[in-house]
Design a protein around this ligand. Structure first.
Ligand code: B12
Length: 212
C-alpha cells in the first residue's frame, strides 16, 4: 500500500504546492487515482472534518484544506476518463440553495463524467427556480442535487415541488446526495434515487437510465 502520510499532512496544513507534488509523485509511482482519492484525499478530508467538529480547527483552516484537496482532484480527473465514449446521458447537477459545499458534488460530477455522462454543473447555492429553468432549457436525463447542511436539505424538497408545479417533474430522474441525506429522505421527498458516494452515484445513475 502506498504511503499517503505526506499527502495527508500537506492537505491538513493546506499546503497546495506540497499536496500537488505528492499527488504527482503517487501517480508517477503507479498508485491508482481511485486509491489516491479514497485513501489519500477523502480519508484526510474526513479527519479535517473531525478536527473541525471537535473545535481543534476553524473555518479558514478547513477551507484551505478543502481548496488544497480540490487542486489534487483536478490532477486525478483525466485518470477517470473512459476515453471518447458516446454520452450515456445528460446530468444537470448543483448544490442546493443556501449551501456552498461543492467538493462532494464535484467528485460525483467527475466520476460520472469519467463514466461517460455529460455533466452540466450549476455550481452552488442554486435556487429551486434556477433548477427548473435549466431543466426546461437543457432537458437532462438526470437532475442531481447535493446538500451538506441539515438546514439546506429542505431546499431539495422545495426543488422537487417547484419541478412539479412547472409540470416538468416527470421529464427527469432526480438523484440526491450529501452527508446528511439518506435513502429514506429521498423517498420522502419523491426523489428517484439516493447515493452515498461518488462511486455508487454512477451505479445508481446507470440503473435509473437502464444502461450498463
Ligand atoms: C469542507 C467543508 C466546508 C468548506 C466547504 C468548501 C467547499 N468548497 O465545499 C467550508 C469551509 C466553506 C464550509 C462551510 C460551512 N460548513 Co462545512 N464542512 C466541510 C467538511 C469538513 C467536509 C465536507 C466535504 O467536502 N467532504 C468530502 C466530500 C467528498 O464528501 P461529501 O460532501 O459528503 O460528498 C460525498 C457524498 O455525500 C456524495 N454526494 C455529495 N453530493 C452528492 C450529490 C449527488 C447527486 C449524489 C448522488 C451524491 C452526492 O458523494 C460525495 C463523494 O463521495 C464537512 C465535515 C464532513 N466530514 O463532512 C463540514 C460540514 C458539512 N460543514 C458544516 C457547517 C456547519 C458549515 C458552516 C455552517 C460553518 C460555519 N459556521 O460557517 C459553513 C456553511 C457554509 C454554507 N452556507 O454552505 C457541518 C454541517 C452540519 C450539518 N449537519 O448541518 C459539517 C458536517 C461539519 C460539522 N461536523 O459541523 N464547510
Amino acid at each position: 500500500m502506498s504511503d499517503f502520510k505526506p499527502l495527508s499532512e500537506a492537505i491538513s496544513k493546506g499546503d497546495v504546492n506540497a499536496a500537488v507534488a505528492e499527488t504527482h509523485r503517487a501517480l508517477e509511482a503507479g498508485t491508482s487515482a481511485q486509491d489516491i482519492l479514497d485513501k489519500g484525499l477523502i480519508a484526510t478530508m474526513n479527519q479535517v472534518g473531525d478536527r473541525f467538529s471537535s473545535g481543534q480547527i476553524f473555518v479558514p483552516q478547513m477551507l484551505r484544506s478543502a481548496r488544497t484537496m480540490q487542486e489534487c482532484v483536478k490532477l486525478l480527473k483525466p485518470h477517470f476518463r473512459e476515453g471518447d465514449v458516446v454520452s450515456k446521458g445528460k446530468v444537470l447537477i448543483g448544490t442546493v440553495k443556501g449551501d456552498l459545499h461543492d467538493i462532494g458534488k464535484n467528485l460525483v460530477s467527475m466520476m460520472m463524467e469519467g463514466a461517460g455522462f455529460t455533466i452540466i454543473d450549476l455550481g452552488v447555492d442554486v435556487p429551486p427556480e434556477h433548477f427548473v429553468e435549466k431543466v426546461k432549457e437543457v432537458d437532462p436525463d438526470i437532475l442531481g442535487m447535493s446538500a451538506l447542511l441539515s438546514t439546506t436539505m429542505p431546499a431539495m424538497a422545495d426543488t422537487v415541488d417547484a419541478l412539479q408545479k412547472a409540470r416538468v417533474r416527470n421529464k427527469v430522474k432526480i438523484m440526491i446526495g450529501g452527508a446528511p441525506v439518506t435513502d429514506k429522505y429521498a423517498q420522502k421527498i419523491g426523489a428517484d434515487s439516493y447515493a452515498s458516494d461518488a462511486g455508487s452515484a454512477v451505479t445508481r445513475a446507470k440503473e435509473l437510465l437502464g444502461i450498463s
